[in-house]
Design a protein around this ligand. Sequence first.
Ligand code: IPM
Ligand code: MG
Length: 420
Amino acid sequence: MARNVLKVKEQKDRYQVCYMAGDDSGFDMMEGALLVLESLNLPIDWVRADLGWCMWEKSIQKFGEGDPRCNTVPPETIESIRKTDATLMAAITSKAGVKGFKSAILQMRQLFDLYINLRPAKTLPGVGTPLKGDPKVDIVLFRENTEDLYSAVEFFPLPAEHYALHKGMERFKKMGDVAVSWRVFSTVGCERIIRAAFEYAKATGRTTVHCCNKANVIRETDGLMKRLFLQIAKEYEQFGIKGIEENADATAMWLIKNPQDYQVIVASNVFGDILSDEASQLTGGLGFAPSGNIGEGTALFEPSSGSVPKYAHQYRVNPSAMVLTAKMMLEYLGLDDAAKKIEKALGEVLVESKPGTLTYDVLRDFRGDPNWEKNAASTIDMAAAIAGKINPAFAGKVLEDAKAKVHAMCDWTKTVGFED
Ligand code: IPM
Ligand code: MG
């Protein structure tokens, strides 16, 4: 039987985990998540690495603008991801229109062939949906993470010889310069993401897998995905799992109408990007949305959202997305008891809604508190409330010491990488 790629390759007594605080508010989220993890006494040795906009700036200072070594990811970071058992990463900042700038996360997905983007959307206690009847949502979305329009095979202007490649290009000859981005789907790429979704359904007792595509219009790429999906679905009928293929635009609609009809979704990169944001909105929004980028033997867990530069180092952002991301990582490492404790504790904090325990967004969006600004807890207060639920001893001096430790671990003035 094939190895379950959603689990670490080798179970160990102690793990080395790389952590990367990302940029801006990413540091605050990471500090909060690490505080929660501290309360669990985990068998983890942490290795710090950095990536993102902060490293882009550092590399420009070191090498000078336009130098090909300028990057958002230093070689030290790649090495740390490679040599550790898993990576926990906070949100990063992207800026449009910066020459030579390449997204750190897109580079990592390609470099480590992290072909599964695992994006669960599960209703949390005390966080309602914007939908009528407040339906319970429990969807796990498998987004293909390396191909499609993210293949980075793009042209502008289109070289003259490309017009001859397909007769459909004839009509564009009179349309001025043309931009083209190749939408590449490989057989291996489609098959492995589809199989990962079915294997997950089988392992967790889910009974349906939806494949969201546009094979009705995009005949070759989505057509390939749909054909392979229907073939593979047959293998899983014996396990009581039904494969349902559906147009992705219809999925976008049905997710709002009947989200409880979805269990596991498999989608190509772009459709998965869009549908996962939509699904997250059904379960609290991006403030609560975790994700995992998983390949054969390498996994990098990050929240679905980017960082919030205007809140950098203000400890305003909700730590939940990062805390739930850490929970996913613990499941990957086989530390399931610890993962369950995190989910339970977060739920309790959300339900109890005690003063000083919820960040501004929760008060504003889910509690209807007109004084959400004034009553907002900080990222660290909310994390401390979760940690206190997990481990009641996490108070007083123990808590203060842990706070100081994780604060030092996330010192944003001392990034690692591009050193001499
Ligand atoms: C995501 C994000 C990224 C993506 C961006 C930041 C490159 O939207 O992880 O969903 O498009 O994949
Ligand atoms: Mg996205």
